[in-house]
Design a protein around this ligand. Structure first.
Ligand code: GLY
Length: 347
């Protein structure tokens, strides 16, 4: 019996099951075997994944469909206040929150929205695109118009208190200038790779799940990089970049600097590596290595760039890898098991 398993049973007998979260356990740094091979199982990016997993688990534990689980799960994060997901998140450099999301089911169906404004649950709009239209992706005002037609309320567009504060702070430090001047400022004209507090910019929520029937699905939702150029779209709504599911093989999702993920078709690469027989962790590591290779000629930028992948395979094995220390993911496979695992890192 593993040490963690023994600890779980000890806590269970002490009646501390409800405290058995990543916080209660501390972040685990060991091979990601805990829960491997289980069904159902859900994993998601970052600490926000703990709450998101709880939403997904309610669906999975009752034998529900992975697709419903990954939608319900990330809706939790879209409703929370965070820097990087949902309408409470940090805006673009013009002061508007714009949202990207994608979803993919066990039959290879997928839907996504990009540059969507004033709609609280972009993930659900992405699902409607998948289920109600012959298309995969809707963007901008058209996506918003579709959402309204589908009955989603149009929110007021005001920044949350936290977002307003962060934006005002960023305006000071970035010495924001009109576009004509910004062009001369090099990369600082674009979204910063780190936020003013030093954290990496950005913490997307991505989730992949395997249900009791053995079916895989995934979701990914974000406000994109904080203070991005207006109109910038990242990897999250792009199938094969921020999210990919192949029900015969596995599912993967990504977080971090979306441009780097897009350049490598990151999650499609992870799934293809799993198809070659690699464990999800090994597949994620190889995809991260590929991203790092792409920094040839611009090595100095690498230290400020974070990308992380998480993946599960058809057997319920899971894993993650990232460029830099600091990324973690949440794994849930039982009422009493929902914990954070540190992503292994290359640098
Ligand atoms: N990974 C989220 C983004 O780059 O927008």
């Amino acid at each position: 019996m593993s040490i963690a398993r023994r600890r779980l049973l000890q806590l269970g007998t002490m009646g501390l099951g409800t405290f058995f979260t990543g916080r209660a356990l501390g972040k685990i740094n060991r091979p990601n075997t805990e829960g491997s091979g289980r069904k159902p199982i859900v994993i998601s990016t970052w600490e926000a994944g703990i709450n998101a997993n709880k939403g997904a688990w309610k669906v999975l534990r009752d034998g529900g469909r992975a697709l419903d689980a990954v939608e319900q799960g990330v809706m939790v994060t879209e409703s929370e206040q965070s820097c990087c997901v949902g309408l409470g998140a940090w805006p673009d450099r013009d002061g508007f929150v714009t949202l990207d999301a994608s979803i993919m089911d066990e039959n290879g169906n997928c839907g996504s929205v990009a540059f969507l404004e004033r709609i609280k649950h972009p993930i659900s709009v992405a699902r409607r695109v998948m289920e109600k239209t012959p298309h995969v992706m809707l963007a901008g005002v058209g996506a918003q118009q579709f959402a309204i037609e589908q009955g989603f309320p149009l929110e007021n567009g005001q920044l949350s208190g936290d977002a307003k504060k962060a934006y005002e702070e960023w305006l000071k430090k970035s010495e924001y200038k009109p576009i004509v001047n910004v062009e001369n400022k090099g990369s600082s004209a674009f979204a910063p790779l780190r936020l003013p507090n030093g954290d990496f910019n950005h913490d997307t929520i991505g989730m992949v799940a395997l249900d009791a029937h053995g079916n895989l699905s995934g979701s990914c939702t974000t406000s994109g990089m904080a203070f991005k150029v207006r109109g910038r779209v990242g990897d999250s709504p792009i199938i094969g970049a921020g999210l990919f599911v192949d029900n015969e093989i596995g599912a993967a999702t990504a977080t971090g600097v979306g441009e780097e993920v897009i350049k490598t078709c990151g999650t499609h690469l992870v799934v293809q590596l799993m198809a070659q027989g690699l464990h999800p962790e090994e597949a994620c590591r190889k995809a991260v290595e590929k991203i790092i290779k792409n920094f040839k000629g611009r090595e100095a930028k690498l230290k400020d760039t974070q990308v992380g992948f998480i993946a599960i395979n058809k057997q319920g094995e899971h894993g993650a890898y990232c460029i830099q220390k600091g990324f973690n993911y949440a794994v849930c496979y039982a009422d009493e098991y929902n914990t954070l695992i540190d992503g292994k890192h290359i640098m």
